[in-house]
Write a protein that binds this ligand. Structure first.
Ligand SMILES: C[S@@+](CC[C@H](N)C(=O)[O-])C[C@H]1O[C@@H](n2cnc3c(N)ncnc32)[C@H](O)[C@@H]1O
Length: 285
């Protein structure tokens, strides 16, 4: 079946889990306080003790610097846009229009408020929905952008079909995703998968093969896995530093569970089982 035709499949169980999680007051309080309410993805660190917000913002500017062709007539969709920090960088840097597609209405409300505060509501459009079933017509966007969101899908091939459908011919896909390494043994990531209610993670090889099958060519793939390790270690440190404050907002169970989850990510990175980086592809014209 052509990827340009919309295939309506039931949304995966993982989408329901992600929506309930990101809408919860516990998660919202944690992410807003530890990242600062703009970015909610892995950072690129100058030093291992750098501020999480600054390192996270560097990931956005590093990706944006790869999109030199963007301008006021360009349209971008950010899949799993979180609080919309990246959309505000893109709209204010390039003057482009950005559609933020995101599952969490808790985050979408904050995104809309922040866009209004900085006068970007006429350039940034916030839509509630799932990237497994993008509520947009075919061949609409010059760029599909996504940061650390596609891991939450229970059906990544379906997400990639949807990306190929909504991109204009010749359009760019630029994204990051916490992944497993290409040679990761089976079973070793179970503690990570269980905590985020997933059966698998993507990998550089998975995305390369699946995107190639859908008519994409690689522009560049930049492995940055060392920053994944630094990031989860930094978040753990920051959470321990603000332990009582976050326990008061999110509850002790949430915080303890998060600390354990962060230790699993750091451990997985130390053992060489994880991967992260910037993947930049172009759809055939
Ligand atoms: C780790 S956060 C990253 C947020 C944002 N991309 C950023 O970098 O700041 C993951 C995001 O994916 C969103 N998400 C998860 N599953 C989704 C789905 N099926 N469709 C749309 N958004 C989804 C969540 O609501 C959350 O905002």
């Amino acid at each position: 079946m052509s990827p340009r035709k919309r295939t309506l499949r039931p949304r995966s169980q993982a989408v329901d889990e992600a929506e309930a999680y990101y809408d919860s007051a516990e998660a919202d309080a944690f992410y807003q306080n530890i990242w600062g309410g703009e970015d909610l993805h892995l950072g690129i660190y100058k030093t291992p003790d750098e501020d999480i917000g600054e390192a996270s913002r560097r990931t956005v500017t590093t990706m944006a610097a790869q999109l030199v062709d963007l301008g006021p007539n360009s349209s971008v969709i950010d899949l799993g846009a979180g609080y919309g920090g990246s959309a505000r960088v893109l709209a204010s840097t390039f003057g482009c229009r950005v559609t933020c597609l995101n599952l969490s209405e808790t985050q979408n409300d904050l995104n809309r408020d922040k866009n209004a505060e900085v006068g970007l509501s006429d350039r940034i459009f916030v839509t509630h929905g799932s990237f497994e079933d993008i509520p947009e017509p075919a061949s609409t966007f010059d760029v599909v952008w996504s940061q650390d969101a596609i891991l939450h899908s229970g059906d990544r091939p379906q997400v990639l079909d949807e990306i190929a459908r909504v991109l204009k011919p010749g359009g760019r896909l630029i994204f990051t995703d916490p992944m497993q390494s290409d040679d990761c043994p089976s079973g070793v990531l179970q503690p990570i998968l269980d905590r985020i209610h997933l059966e698998t993670l993507g990998s550089f090889a998975f995305y390369r093969e699946e995107l190639c099958m859908r008519g994409f060519a690689e522009v560049s793939v930049t492995p940055l896995t060392n920053h994944l390790r630094t990031h989860y270690a930094r978040v753990g440190e920051e959470l321990r530093h603000h332990y009582d404050e976050i326990v008061a907002l999110s509850g002790r169970d949430y915080v303890e569970n998060m600390l354990q989850g962060l230790r699993h990510w750091v451990d997985g990175a130390d053992r060489g089982y994880l991967a992260w980086g910037i993947m930049d592809y172009r759809l055939a014209a």
